[in-house]
Design a protein around this ligand. Structure first.
Ligand SMILES: C[S@@+](CC[C@H](N)C(=O)[O-])C[C@H]1O[C@@H](n2cnc3c(N)ncnc32)[C@H](O)[C@@H]1O
Length: 263
């Protein structure tokens, strides 16, 4: 649990939004988060690179969809704490009229939502406090801001790994993609234990995380990651280490990334 029964932020156990912020060099974290973050880094020294590669992928994917493919609506589920290049900043720099809806279930992300709710005058940025498991409720709330008869980029970066049941994650993705029209996009990143992208060294660190932090994390194989895109058209270069997506020379990280179009 990230909050107690009254919704207050828990500072006695590390939580992923804050530890992710620590790995990205941010200041929005507590001692308990830094301690777990440092321990994971000792066990798996590449974790900081994974976090940076994931954010760089976010920037490239949003720039490609908005700049090259004309997307003007983005639904970013698993917002995280604000960093330098948030989805709405990348999108609205290229298209000031872009409309961005963020979703997260962490009370600390909610407290920082005001920093995310800035927008270009022509565009909109809003925030929904909701669990990703409630995909239908997310779509219903997002419909107040997004025109669901027009294409939407549905983004789930580094979040499905916090939902242990693979069947649940597949249902979430399908529900979301069923509710958006043809020409919409799915944008995903996900950590893996697959050895060919350096994931083997991640197992002990994930075990440590699951004993000392919340929510529990699950790595998924390339085949499991590919299954999220069934029925969609993967954009080149397909499923890759997220560091290499449209950046072929970069060193691999054990975090898959891909973007696909709904036909
Ligand atoms: C590792 S961070 C990734 C943040 C950002 N998407 C990125 O790629 O940099 C995962 C985010 O997902 C959120 N999250 C985890 N499980 C969630 C759930 N079941 N529902 C909504 N948000 C969740 C966390 O609070 C956190 O902000």
């Amino acid at each position: 649990m990230t909050a107690d029964s009254t919704g207050r932020i828990r500072t006695d156990i590390a939580h992923n939004a804050r530890v992710w912020n620590y790995w990205l060099g941010g200041k929005d974290n507590y001692q308990v988060d830094r301690a777990v973050g440092e321990q994971v880094t000792e066990m798996f020294p590449g974790i900081g690179e994974v976090a940076r590669a994931d954010r760089a992928f976010l920037g490239r994917a949003v720039a490609h969809l908005v700049g090259d493919r004309g997307v003007r609506q983005l639904l970013d589920i698993g917002t995280g704490l604000p960093t330098g290049e948030n989805t709405h900043e990348v999108a609205q720099r290229l298209a000031p009229d872009a409309r961005v809806v963020y979703v997260d279930n962490d009370p600390i992300v909610l407290t920082h939502a005001h920093a995310l709710l800035t927008s270009s005058p022509e565009g909109v940025t809003t925030y929904i406090d909701q669990d990703a498991r409630n995909a239908r409720e997310i779509v219903a709330a997002a419909a107040a801001t997004l025109d669901l008869t027009r294409p939407v980029a549905v983004m789930l970066l580094g979040i499905l790994n916090f939902i242990p049941d693979t069947g649940d994650t597949l249902r979430i993705v399908r529900t979301l993609m069923d509710e958006v029209p043809s020409g919409s996009y799915l944008v995903l990143t996900h950590p893996t234990l697959d050895a060919d992208v350096g994931g083997a060294g991640n197992q002990a660190a994930m075990d440590f995380w699951n004993e000392n932090a919340t929510p529990p994390i699950t790595g998924r194989t390339r085949a499991e990651f590919e299954a999220y895109f069934e029925g969609l058209e993967l954009l080149a270069p397909g499923v890759e280490s997220c560091s290499r997506w449209r950046c072929p020379e970069a060193p691999v990280v054990p975090q898959f990334g891909a973007v696909a179009r709904k036909p």
